[in-house]
Ligand binder design. Structure first.
Ligand code: PHE
Length: 334
């Protein structure tokens, strides 16, 4: 009877302990077999009770073994399906946004705050949208400013050399007032170096309304550089673009705090980030906008240049190599 109590009280989560229990009670030399062997020596009048007790002990031991085996199996199954539920969670591996996307999105946000929308267009362009409508007629020497990748000649099909082509498309389809920026990838047949690449990204802006002045353009650029870089020391250097008059290059003063600053500003602290100007009346005419009624400004900026300054990237080629050691450094910026 004591053995029954012991069998019923037994509990374990350990297979070895369970096996020891089984051997002790149900094994060949176990308690039960001893009792069965003893049976013939029990006086007849006690045989009935003795038999009942050892049967009860047998059932108790067998039930116990069965229930513990089931419990252990259940545990293993659960482990198989869900893993160990008490284990610490594994970190989820996520990718990172490309620095060009990060900067492009920032530029879009900054201009969205002053009412610019986003327009997009094709990377493969025709001559009209990339050149002719932008006041660059055939044989115009300024076409040489942008070394073009031609896909087909006569009629010309090419990889767009700037996203000004998107602005032409936008003007063809929208009436002023127009406030739009066109981010996108552009292509130029240039020698690849640490400072320039044959593929890069631009964000071009276009503002067309009544009585727009050069002061509006400058103020817009000052607002942008303040938001983007936290400082707004810029310089507008007189320049020439066929589609704007007057035209200027936009330089930002970044300073010379690091070796990378020296590299990308060629030791001057100044970096050209794009071009700008008042939209040439011929361009408006080409897009069916009356230049006597409307005027405006346009600007275009290189995204890589800005990203290089902000993230201190000394070589433009890093953007296109997709080396994970480079890309992973932008994880926190998602
Ligand atoms: N489209 C010019 C370029 O790619 C930049 C620019 C845009 C200049 C708008 C003036 C006005 O170089």
């Amino acid at each position: 009877k004591e053995y029954i109590g012991e069998a019923e009280a037994f509990s374990t989560e350990n297979k070895e302990e369970l096996e020891a229990f089984r051997i002790k009670f149900l094994g060949k030399k176990g308690v039960l077999n001893d009792f069965f062997a003893e049976f013939k020596n029990v006086p007849n009048e006690q045989k009935k009770e003795f038999g009942q007790v050892i049967n009860a002990l047998k059932t108790a031991a067998e039930d116990k073994v069965k229930s513990i085996v089931e419990a252990l199996e259940n545990k293993e199954e659960t482990k198989g399906v869900f893993g160990d539920l008490t284990r610490a969670a594994e970190p989820v591996l996520i990718g990172s946004r490309h620095p060009i996307s990060i900067v492009k999105n920032q530029i879009i946000d900054i201009f969205a705050n002053i009412g610019f929308n986003v327009s997009e267009g094709p990377e493969i362009e025709d001559d009209w949208h990339n050149f002719t409508a932008l006041n660059l007629p055939e044989y115009h020497p300024a076409r040489d400013m942008q070394d073009t990748f031609f896909i087909q000649t006569n009629p010309d099909v090419l990889l767009r050399t700037h996203t000004s082509s998107v602005q032409v498309r936008y003007m063809e389809n929208h009436k002023p007032p127009i406030r739009t920026i066109s981010p996108g990838r552009v292509f130029r047949n240039e020698a690849i170096s640490s400072r320039s690449h044959c593929i890069f990204h631009q964000v071009e802006g276009l503002y067309i309304d009544k009585d727009v002045s050069f002061a509006d353009l400058k103020q817009t650029l000052l607002y942008f550089t303040k938001e983007m870089f936290g400082k707004s020391k810029i310089r507008l250097r007189p320049s020439y673009f066929p589609f704007t008059e007057p035209s200027a290059e936009i330089d930002i003063y970044w300073g010379l705090k690091t070796e990378t600053d020296y590299r990308i500003t060629k030791g001057t602290g100044w970096l050209e980030i794009g071009g700008c100007g008042m939209v040439d009346p011929n361009v408006l005419k080409n897009c069916d906008i009356n230049p006597d009624e409307y005027n405006g400004f346009a600007f275009g900026m290189g995204v890589e240049r800005i990203a290089m300054l902000l993230y201190q990237i000394g070589d433009i080629r890093m953007f296109y190599e997709n080396d994970v050691r480079f890309l992973e450094q932008f994880k926190s910026s998602i």
